[in-house]
Ligand binder design. Sequence first.
Ligand SMILES: NC(=O)c1ccc[n+]([C@@H]2O[C@H](COP(=O)([O-])OP(=O)(O)OC[C@H]3O[C@@H](n4cnc5c(N)ncnc54)[C@H](O)[C@@H]3O)[C@@H](O)[C@H]2O)c1
Length: 327
Amino acid sequence: MFNAAIIGSGIGLKHLEAINGYKSVKVKIICERDNKRAQYLKKKFPKIEIVKNENKIFKDESIKLVSIASYDNYHYEQILKCIKNNKHIIVEKPFCLNHKELKKIYQLLKRKRNIKFLSNLVLRVNDLFKNVKKIVNKNKIFYLEADYIWGRREKLFGWRSSIKNYSANLGAGIHLIDLVIWILEKKPVSVISYGNNIITKNTKFKKKSFVINIFKFPGNIIVKTTSNLAGNYNHFHELKIFEKNQTIIHNLNNSFILNKKKNITKLKGSYPDKSNRKKLIQNFIDQIKDTSINPILTLKEQFDLMSICFYADKSLRSNKEIKIKYL
Ligand SMILES: NC(=O)c1ccc[n+]([C@@H]2O[C@H](COP(=O)([O-])OP(=O)(O)OC[C@H]3O[C@@H](n4cnc5c(N)ncnc54)[C@H](O)[C@@H]3O)[C@@H](O)[C@H]2O)c1
């Protein structure tokens, strides 16, 4: 049995569902800085201590795991505090906001290998995408498209408009970029990105609200991903995978395979499959308890994914194709 704590209670409450009571782990503290929200939490979770100062968590030696679900701009400092105080870390994506921070976290974690680290990239446990991964012939793919269509434009005008380095790739598209590297089992070598803010230019949101990335992978496989915060659409992860003799399609209408004779077979697996999302966090707890258990996401994969997003954003600023360097 060990104790855990959560910082931030938006998506953080999903972390709570995944952690509290799983393999006897108990959430002892939730840190929430918003007064109204804190009052609500006190009533709803009378057995959990609700605090405003995160240091209460870091000073508590009974807490072995901290789940960080604060706004993106707080993740880095909170990760550093976790490392300093020897806490295992679950952190929402993106886990930091620039290369300098990425390198620092990497160096610190390399020095403290006993600390486990998970960024919450939930599509890896999605039932439909797990089936897609099983049926693709990853060595026969020549082109892949993956679109993160956010469908929640109104949410852009809260904290996402006020923090400095918010980016469509880091805040949304990252999930689909992760899905692609997981399916292909390869990392891109270069990227060129473009974007616009046509839909949001007269709003508080000053960043690009639509971004397209074109990645070259080894073997000249081409991948297009979009981070589409602006579209009038359902919240959706769209996918099209082209091989010589089959095409896999997951869109708003249907999820299916088109075979060589252009016959359609429905794809197996549920989507959006929200109930399975907690499996990523629960697998992480399993690993803390038993180090022989394989992670769903390796540490290196998580750092490589961040490098990919940072290079895509760099290309977005320069409109040039950029070679991606990994840590
Ligand atoms: N993995 C996913 O699918 C997914 C989905 C949604 C959000 N997120 C990520 O989760 C994080 C939070 O987003 P959200 O949608 O829950 O936002 P939200 O605005 O719905 O909720 C965040 C809550 O955390 C509190 N908070 C923020 N910073 C805090 C801090 N430093 N200390 C204490 N409390 C703090 C806020 O007061 C708020 O109540 C972001 O990094 C976001 O990118 C990930």
